[in-house]
Structures are given as structure tokens and as C-alpha cells.
Design a protein around this ligand. Structure first.
Ligand SMILES: C[S@@+](CC[C@H](N)C(=O)[O-])C[C@H]1O[C@@H](n2cnc3c(N)ncnc32)[C@H](O)[C@@H]1O
Length: 235
């Protein structure tokens, strides 16, 4: 019994790693979250597929229940894959699942994935760092768990580029916070359904981006690197 915590990448099935494809082919069971593209599951052949979904605002199963299914399935199967969008350790709660497996003495391996936070901007020609423009990057959640005893995100980041994941629902609140520390005219780019055929790109400023029509899954890139992308778009 081995559990593989696997990153599925941002959506385009061709952005899956070879290592991920190889374990999916051998899997007895695949536990998967909401994936931007379920075509990825075709690699799993006859494996038992268990949807334990997570989508903006909809949590189909609690994290403790997912950990338990993972443990139970690992005990009766040779190879279990836990498949998550992007990278399993970037806002994917993969770390918690790893610790739950560790506690039960279940062997595990981790296969990283292309995180949407970097892979999606890169795909459209938006470099998250750029010589002379941005030397640092913060990746932050736009939606902290409201049940946490203390909210950890303070929005006074020093990084040149900020990428907000899960940022659609509270975009107005979050940009208002950011404008306490940054110029309201700071360029912003939102990428909806990145790397997928339905991808949409919306640009604006910290001040007006919340007035635009944006649907999840989407991520928000803030900083002067957005001007670099605009040069590419003008070509
Ligand atoms: C729970 S987080 C998981 C992130 C994932 N582990 C990763 O590394 O990309 C989900 C958020 O990732 C972003 N996201 C994931 N896939 C995306 C895509 N194809 N296009 C734009 N944003 C995406 C959205 O901000 C979404 O709300």
C-alpha cells in the first residue's frame, strides 16, 4: 500500500507530469477533487474513482472524512492516488493529508503539479517575476476559512507581485485592503479558467477590477508585471 498525493496541474490535461500519468495508470483507487478538466481521469483506466470534491463555496466532504477514506482505501489496496488540481501543497491541503497518513504509518509519495498560481500566468505570457520589474512574489488566498480563530492575511505584503487564489468572491474587500498599501492604479490581470478552451483574460486596476464580470475558477495577478503581459497582448 502506497498513497500518492498527486498534482493534476491547472486544467490542460497536457500539463500533467509524466510521473502523474504513470501512477494514474497503475492506480487501484483515485480520490479526486473538483478538477478543471476530468479528461485527466482517463489515465486511470479501471481504477475505482471517488469524487471527494471541492469547488468554490461547495465542500462535498469534510477534510477529516477525506483523510479517513484515504486511510481506509490505502489499507486494502496497493496503490491509491489522491489527485488534486494544480500542486497538492499550494492551497490544496495536501500537507494535512500527508500528516494523517504519517500518523497511521501509511507509506506515501508526493508528485508535484504545475500550480495555477504560476502556470496560468506563464501560459498567457505574464511572468510573475521580471528583471527590473518584480523580484518577489506573494501567493495568497482571497478567502480565508472564516471559522479560523484569527485571520492570518493582513494584505500589507512587501512583494512586487501578488497572486490571489480563490479571490473572486471577496475581490472587492481584498482590493480595498490592498489599496491601503498600494497605488489604486496598480495594474491587475484576472485569468479565468486558465489553460482551458474557455479561458478569459480580464485586465483593470486595483481600483476597478471588482466591477468586471469574473467567474471562478479564476486567479488575480497584481503588480507591474501585468504591463509586461500587455505588451505581449498588443502583438
Ligand atoms: C483551492 S485552490 C487550489 C490551488 C491548486 N492547488 C494550485 O496549485 O493551483 C483553487 C484556486 O486555484 C485557482 N485556480 C485553479 N485552477 C485554475 C485555473 N485553471 N484558472 C484560474 N485559476 C485557477 C483559483 O483561484 C481557484 O479558486
Amino acid at each position: 500500500m502506497t498513497v500518492y498525493l498527486v498534482g493534476a496541474g491547472p486544467g490542460d490535461p497536457d500539463l500533467l507530469t509524466l510521473k502523474a500519468v504513470n501512477v494514474l495508470k497503475k492506480a487501484d483507487v483515485v480520490l479526486y477533487d473538483y478538477l478543471s478538466n476530468e479528461k485527466i481521469l482517463e489515465h486511470a483506466g479501471d481504477a475505482e474513482l471517488i469524487y471527494v470534491g471541492k469547488k468554490a463555496g461547495q465542500h462535498y466532504k469534510k477534510q477529516e472524512e477525506i483523510n479517513q477514506i484515504l486511510i481506509d482505501k490505502a489499507k486494502i489496496n496497493d496503490l491509491v492516488v489522491r489527485l488534486k488540481g494544480g500542486d497538492p501543497f499550494v492551497f490544496g491541503r495536501g500537507g494535512e493529508e500527508m500528516l494523517a497518513l504519517l500518523e497511521e504509518g501509511i507509506p506515501f509519495e508526493i508528485i508535484p503539479g504545475v500550480t495555477s498560481a504560476i502556470g496560468v500566468p506563464t501560459t498567457i505570457g505574464l511572468p510573475v517575476t521580471h528583471r527590473g520589474v518584480a523580484t518577489s512574489l506573494t501567493i495568497v488566498t482571497g478567502h480565508e476559512d472564516p471559522t479560523k480563530s484569527e485571520q492570518q492575511v493582513k494584505w500589507d505584503f512587501k512583494a512586487d507581485t501578488i497572486v490571489i487564489l480563490m479571490g473572486v468572491g471577496k475581490l472587492e474587500d481584498n482590493t480595498r485592503e490592498l489599496m491601503k498599501y498600494r497605488d489604486p492604479q496598480t495594474p491587475v490581470c484576472v485569468i479565468e479558467s486558465g489553460t482551458l478552451p474557455e479561458q478569459r483574460i480580464i485586465t483593470g486596476t486595483l481600483e476597478d477590477i471588482h466591477t468586471k464580470d469574473i467567474k471562478p475558477p479564476a486567479l488575480v495577478v497584481i503588480g507591474r508585471v501585468v504591463d509586461v503581459f500587455k505588451k505581449v497582448r498588443l502583438q
